[in-house]
Design a protein around this ligand. Sequence first.
Ligand SMILES: C[S@@+](CC[C@H](N)C(=O)[O-])C[C@H]1O[C@@H](n2cnc3c(N)ncnc32)[C@H](O)[C@@H]1O
Length: 347
Amino acid sequence: MSSFSYSDHNDKLTNLLISQNYDGKYWGRSEDRVLAEGKAFISEKFGHDALKTLHMLDLGCGMGRLIPEFAAMFGDVTALEPDEERCNEAKKLVETTPVANARVFHSLLSEYLDGQTETPCFDVVLCSHIFQHFTHETMFGIWKDLKRCTHKNTVFLFTTTYISDDVNQYSAEGFEGEERVSLVVDLEGFDKAVADDRYLAVCRFARPWMEARMAEYGLTVRKFSCYHFFGETNAENDGYNTLDPEKRKLARDAFYLCEWADQTETGTEDRQEEPMVSGKITFMQYYYLNNEKSDASRLPPQDAAENAVGLKRKVLEDFATVEGFLYGAGLHFPAKRYVIDNLHIEK
Ligand SMILES: C[S@@+](CC[C@H](N)C(=O)[O-])C[C@H]1O[C@@H](n2cnc3c(N)ncnc32)[C@H](O)[C@@H]1O
């Protein structure tokens, strides 16, 4: 059983950060919006009728605030929380709300899996605002453990911090009297703060770093959105803000919807189905990557692997722009995009 204690007791530091810097209603709606994006993806992928058969893992559930809404959607929810006090709050919440299909355990993921006679297999994994508070090694360990308890079609909903930069920013947060203070530290200072109960260690993740690390562990990002924009009051603007490099600088958090990469590499059966086309509007976006190597070399001179990830991200951002354009223009139907690989065009 985990003896871990989360240093932000009753989320006091986090609540101060929100109340001092953001519009409270916007904060909630902004998160609802990205979670709705995740739910829509899952519903489309598995089919609406199958949702009640899906098993979800809410890892690091805290006081369980997100359990009821996901339990209402899926077949069952297994929630793990390593801090005993917070875990007990989550258990109470589950007992006092009409949630019959959620179970909360006081455990780390590795401990939980080791203790099971039959390894569970989750269809959906939620990690809501946990990665930024522990060492990167712990995060990599979790990604490895997730491989043990998921399948090739599992959908991962990861929300965490964001910084619009190429490098992560680390800080140690705490109180001076009643005042919330945040000290910028280096990676070593961050690791020390993780181990020190007096501080809440916070890493703000740079997207290129995060995506490169995810790729190393076999995860690929299918959707990315920024949210919790400083100075914003309308969550409807978050989509546009994500596409604007200047506005992105104001985002506190990011949503990464991921799947295992080898699903696409093997070109699974699920993707063999004939596309169904209906409606009266056709929209086509044409991309031609002239020369991957030379395009990659124009990106910031980091190592080759990072460049490849950077190039892929640039292309995916273009696709996100297209999606934003379609939805943003007020069209009230879903639009599908099909990418045709290796299209050879004769001159
Ligand atoms: C900011 S809270 C987020 C709680 C909840 N997911 C939410 O969105 O409200 C971070 C949580 O991560 C938990 N945590 C810390 N280390 C963890 C680990 N190694 N594995 C899983 N959760 C962890 C903490 O105990 C804490 O409850």
